[in-house]
Design a protein around this ligand. Structure first.
Ligand SMILES: Nc1nc2c(ncn2[C@@H]2O[C@H](COP(=O)(O)OP(=O)(O)OP(=O)(O)O)[C@@H](O)[C@H]2O)c(=O)[nH]1
Ligand SMILES: [Mg+2]
Length: 438
C-alpha cells in the first residue's frame, strides 16, 4: 500500500483545514515535515511546518500507529490554517515526500480492507455525510455504530449452527439418528425466519430518499427570484439587478432548515427573447422543471396571464406560487398565490421555508433503528427467501441437500452485506466442533 494524503475539509478559505495521511512508512515523513519530533501517538502536538527552508504554518498534528487508527495503518492528521497558500504548500510538501493523492473514499476503503469496518459500516460513513435530515443521520449513525453489523453477524452465526446440523444429517444419514427432529431444527429455522423478518422491518431503506430534494425558482424576469434565492441562503450568492434578464445560468446552493436540507436552484426569468444567450438560459430553466421536486413560481404582479403562462409549464409538479415585493404595496388581487413575501424586508420568508420543507421533506423514518441501503434490503430479502425455502424443504422431510444449499445461499447474502467475499469460510470448519456423540 502506498502512502496517500487528502485534504479532508473543503478546498475553500476557512479557519482551519485538515489533511489526512495514511500508509505504511508515512510516520518516517514526520521527521522531515516538523521542526522537532513528536512524542506519543494519539496526542495533539503543536509544531511548525517547513517546506523548502521556509516556514509554511504553525499547525496541530496527531499521529496514529497501526493498527490503532481509522484505516488500520500508520497515519497522521495535520490541522493547519485554512488559506489557499498554506494548502498548496502542504500538498507540495507531501508530493515531495513521495505521498500520492488519495482516491475518493480511499481512507474508508483501506479501513474496510484492513478489517476496521465491515462493508455496510463503510457505506454508513458515506451516508452519514450525505444524509439530508437529522433523523437519517441518527439512523446511519446507529448503523455505523456497529449494532447493525452485530445483528447481521448474529443471524449468520445462528444460520451456521443449523447448517452444521443439516450437513451432519446428510453426512451421517446412515446412522440411526434423526438430526432434524431431535435437534429441534424445524423450530429453530422457523424462529430464525421470524427474527430475521423482524430485523428487516427495523431497517429504513434510504432508497431514492437519499437524493437531496431540489427546489427550483422560476418566474418572469425581474420578479425577484435571485433576491429570494439569496434570502433563503442568508447570503448573496446570485447576482441581483433591476435589469430584466440578469440571471442566465442555473445557480445552485444548499439550504438547511429545520433539520432537513434541500438544493435550491435559481434560474433565468422566462419570457419571449431574441437574445441567444438568454434564450438558452430560458430553455435550461424549462428543462429543469421536470426534474425538480418543488417548483416555486415567483411573481411581482398579480397579472393573470403572466401567472398562467408560468403555471402551465409546471403542470403536475408540487407548485408554490409566491407574490414577491409586497413591501411595495403589491396585492394578491386575484387570490391565486400561496404566499406573499418580500425578499427585501424578509417578510414571509420563514413561511416560505416551512412550506418548501413540508413539500420537499422525505417520509419520516419513524420506528426504525437502522439506515440500510437498498443493496442491503435486497440482499436481506433474498436471504429471507432462501431461509423460507429451506424451511419448506426441511418440513417436507425430503430435499435435505437442497435445504442445505438454500441455507448456504442465505448465508452468502448476509456475507455480501458485510463484505465477506471469501467463498465459504464456514465449510472448512463445518465439522470441527461437531459433537456426534449426541
Ligand atoms: N422593493 C423590493 N424590490 C425587490 C424585491 N425583490 C427583488 N427586488 C428588486 O427587483 C429587482 C430584480 O431582482 P432580481 O432578484 O434580480 O430578480 P430576478 O427575478 O432574479 O431577475 P432575472 O434574473 O432578471 O430574471 C432588483 O432591483 C431587486 O432589488 C422585494 O422584495 N422588494
Ligand atoms: Mg435573477
Amino acid at each position: 500500500m502506498s502512502v496517500v494524503y487528502a485534504l479532508a475539509t473543503p478546498a475553500s478559505k476557512s479557519a482551519l483545514c485538515v489533511f489526512r495521511v495514511s500508509g505504511p512508512g508515512c510516520l518516517d515523513g514526520l521527521q522531515k515535515i516538523f521542526s522537532s519530533p513528536l512524542g506519543e501517538p494519539r496526542r495533539f502536538y503543536r509544531r511548525s511546518v517547513f517546506y523548502s527552508g521556509s516556514l509554511v504554518d504553525d499547525v496541530g498534528v496527531v499521529f496514529f500507529k497501526a493498527p490503532s487508527s481509522y484505516t488500520g495503518e500508520d497515519s497522521f492528521e495535520i490541522y493547519a490554517h485554512g488559506g489557499f497558500a498554506v494548502m498548496r504548500s502542504v500538498v507540495d510538501l507531501f508530493k515531495s515526500l513521495g505521498f500520492d493523492e488519495a482516491g475518493p473514499g480511499e481512507f474508508t476503503k483501506r479501513a474496510f480492507i484492513n478489517g476496521k469496518l465491515s462493508l455496510n459500516e463503510a457505506e454508513s460513513v458515506v451516508d452519514t455525510i450525505n444524509n439530508s435530515s437529522s433523523e437519517l443521520v441518527s439512523l446511519s449513525a446507529s448503523s455505523l455504530g456497529g449494532g447493525f453489523s452485530k445483528e447481521v453477524f448474529g443471524f449468520s452465526s445462528r444460520l451456521d449452527g443449523f447448517r452444521k446440523l443439516i450437513e451432519g444429517s446428510i453426512d451421517f444419514s446412515d446412522e440411526d439418528y434423526d438430526f432434524i427432529n431431535e435437534e429441534g431444527l424445524l423450530d429453530g429455522v422457523a424462529r430464525l425466519c421470524a427474527d430475521f423478518g423482524g430485523f428487516i422491518n427495523k431497517c429504513y431503506s434510504s432508497g431514492e430518499g437519499f437524493l437531496k430534494k431540489t427546489v427550483l425558482f422560476v418566474g418572469p424576469p425581474n420578479s425577484g427570484k435571485s433576491s429570494l434565492f439569496n434570502r433563503m441562503l442568508g447570503f448573496d450568492r446570485a447576482l441581483v439587478s433591476d435589469v430584466a434578464g440578469t440571471t442566465r445560468d442555473l445557480i445552485e446552493s444548499e439550504v438547511f432548515y429545520n433539520n432537513s436540507s434541500f438544493s435550491v436552484l435559481d434560474s433565468a426569468g422566462i419570457r419571449e427573447s431574441s437574445d441567444q444567450v438568454e434564450k438558452e438560459g430560458i430553455a435550461l430553466t424549462v428543462s429543469q422543471i421536470e426534474g425538480a421536486d418543488v417548483v416555486v413560481g415567483v411573481f411581482d404582479s398579480a397579472d393573470p396571464s403572466v401567472f398562467s403562462s408560468i403555471k402551465n409549464l409546471v403542470s403536475e409538479k408540487s407548485f408554490l406560487s409566491v407574490l414577491n415585493k409586497v413591501d411595495l404595496g403589491i396585492k394578491d388581487d386575484g387570490g391565486f398565490f400561496d404566499l406573499c413575501v418580500s425578499a427585501k424586508t424578509g417578510d414571509g420568508i420563514v413561511d416560505l421555508k416551512r412550506k418548501i420543507t413540508s413539500l420537499s421533506s422525505l417520509p419520516k423514518p419513524v420506528e426504525h433503528e437502522y439506515l440500510a441501503r437498498s443493496r442491503h434490503i435486497d440482499l436481506f430479502n433474498e436471504g429471507l427467501s432462501f431461509l423460507e425455502e429451506a424451511l419448506l424443504k426441511l418440513r417436507s422431510g425430503k430435499d435435505v441437500e437442497l435445504a442445505a444449499e438454500d441455507l448456504r445461499l442465505a448465508r452468502a447474502s448476509l456475507d455480501e452485506v458485510v463484505g465477506i467475499k471469501t467463498s465459504d469460510s464456514l465449510l472448512g470448519d463445518i465439522f470441527k466442533d461437531f459433537c456426534i456423540g449426541k
